[in-house]
Design a protein around this ligand. Sequence first.
Ligand SMILES: *Cc1c(COP(=O)(O)O)cnc(C)c1O
Length: 361
Amino acid sequence: MYGPYVTIDLEKIEHNARTITRLCGKYGIEVTGVTKVTCGMPQVAKAMLRGGVSSIGESRMKNIHRLKASGVNTSYMLLRIPSISAVDDVVSSVDISLNSELSVIAALSEAACRRGRVHNIIIMVDLGDLREGVWPDDLLPFVREVIDLPGIRITGLGTNLGCYGGVVPSEANMNQLVAYARRIEKKFALKLEYISGGSSNSLNLIASGKIPKEINNVRIGEGILLGRETVHRTPWPGTFQDAFVLYGEVIELKEKPSIPIGETSEDAFGRKPAFVDKGERDRAILNIGREDVYIEGIKPIDPRFTILGASSDHLIVDVTPAEKTIEVGDELAFSLNYSALLAAMTSEYVEKRPLRGGKSI
Ligand SMILES: *Cc1c(COP(=O)(O)O)cnc(C)c1O
C-alpha cells in the first residue's frame, strides 16, 4: 500500500474505554461502546470490551455482521432506528434496537414471531433535539400500542441529544427522561431495564455527579475513541486524544510563491480561494486528498506546519519553518476530528494499521 494510512492504537482505545467506564461505573451507569465511526472495526470493538464497555452500539447492520463474523461476542445495540426492509435481519442479529415508529415496531414484531424470538427495544423519546424520538405528548399512547405486540419487549426508554439540534444534556432534561420512564412503568405495570441517557455529550453531566441516578446506560463513541466530550470538545481527563493518527507521504517539495500566477477562477471544487502574499514558501505536496479524508478536520501534529489546501488527491502543506529537516519520501502526521476520522475509516484508499505496543500488528 502506498496511500495514506491511519494508525489505530488499540491500547490507547482500551485505556480510554477503561477511564470512561470507571467514571460511569461510579454512578451506576453502564457504557455501550459505539464503533460506528470506525465502520465497526473488530479490533476496536474488542479493545473497548477489554476496557469495560458492556455492549457494542452500531448504526449499520453491515458493521454488526462484520463484528460478529470476526468473533466479537457481546450484546449488540442498533443505534439507527431500523428500516422496515431490515426487520428480519434486525431481529436475528441484534439484541436491542432503538425505535420510534409504530409501523417499524409492528414489522419487528411480525419478524420476531416468524422466528420464534423476542426482540428487545428501547423506545426513543425526543426531548427537543429534533432527530429521532417519539414526541413526549404521544409517548403513553405509543407505549399502549406497542405493549401488546407479540415478540416485542420494551426494555428501556432512551433519548438522543446534541445530534441535530445541539441540545445539551442537563439535569432537567435527564430528570424529564426519568419521569417519563417512571410514568410508563406505573401506567403499564412494567419494569424498564434501561434508561439510556445519551452519548459523549453526557460526560460533563456525569462527572459533575448531577446526572439522575436512575440513568443506567450511555452510548459512547467519540469520548472513548478521540478522548473528548462533545459539548465543548475538550479533551477528557485521563484519556488519549491520539489513538488515531493519519500519515501521508511527501511527493513533491519545492519553494514556490504564495500567490498563483495568471488569471484565476474557481478551484477544482468550485470555490474561489483567497491568497495571502507571504513571499516564497516551502511547499510539500502529500499523497492525501479529499477522497481520503475530510481535509478541514485534520491538523498537522507538528505545529510548524500549516495546511494550505487540498484537491481530490493532493494535500499542500506549508513546511517553511521546518525547511531542510524534511525531504521527498518523508511522512507527515495529522490528528483527526470526528468528521475526518469517519471519512478516513470509510475511504477504501486509506490503509488502517492497528497498533499494539506502538507497533503494527
Ligand atoms: C452515534 C450515536 C451515539 C454515540 O455518539 P458519540 O458522540 O460518538 O458518543 C449515541 N447514540 C446514538 C443514537 C448514536 O447514533
